[in-house]
Design a protein around this ligand. Structure first.
Ligand code: MLT
Length: 203
């Protein structure tokens, strides 16, 4: 997969897996990785699907309706890529924290739903429920931060709560941070995610 890898100055930190929203690229979330942890290594990936020229991580049939077959295929593809990248760049495959926005949050959520221990933690910014028809594998104490909008028309508040409950049922420790700026990614939620990350992954 097309990507950028930047080796951090502190290799004990998790590798930050950056996953952009629809129409984004692997460049987009680099400033956010830097805000969350400037010392961590960063693996920022571009989605392999194009929707009218806009990169995405998997196909959708319409707004909010995912192509499940493609979602499964692309989730496997990303999971395999993480293994390859860990070998190529010599980092610990088990030490990856995903940070995804919108479509990128949805593929990160899909990794959690399809694979046990694929991620060490996740910051999901404006995510949806990736699948309702399978059980989430046990994820005891998996730290998950959800940034959500009370008035997000794409990822509704109800769906945010549903996702948090699904992950909590699997054992994850979920923190939901609410803003009221619709689907936008905002500075206050990045600041909240940074605080959360600091608490979870640095001592
Ligand atoms: C998706 O298709 O993943 C969601 O609708 C979010 C987005 O607009 O990308």
């Amino acid at each position: 997969m097309k990507h950028i890898f930047k080796k951090g100055t502190d290799e004990t930190k998790p590798v930050l897996l950056m996953l952009h929203g629809t129409g984004g690229t692997e460049e987009d979330l680099l400033p956010i990785a830097n805000m969350i942890d400037p010392t961590a290594s960063v693996l920022s990936v571009r989605g392999n699907v194009l929707e009218h020229g806009m990169p995405r991580f998997f196909r959708r049939l319409q707004e909010g309706v995912f192509d499940l077959e493609d979602l499964v295929f692309r989730t496997n593809e990303l999971n395999d890529f993480l293994e390859e990248a860990a070998n190529k760049y010599s980092f610990d495959r088990k030490n990856i924290v995903a940070i995804g926005y919108s479509n990128g949050a949805n593929i990160a959520g899909s990794l959690l739903v399809h694979f046990q221990y694929s991620l060490k933690g996740a910051i999901l910014l404006h995510p949806m429920v990736p699948r309702r028809d399978i059980e989430v594998p046990e994820a005891a104490n998996l730290p998950v931060f959800i940034g959500a909008g009370t008035n997000d028309l794409i990822c509704s508040a109800e769906e945010t709560i549903e996702l948090a409950e699904l992950l909590e049922k699997a054992g994850a420790n979920v923190d939901v941070h609410w803003e009221s700026f619709g689907h936008q990614l905002t500075r206050p939620e990045i600041d909240a995610a940074k605080e959360w990350y600091k608490h979870q992954f640095t001592t």
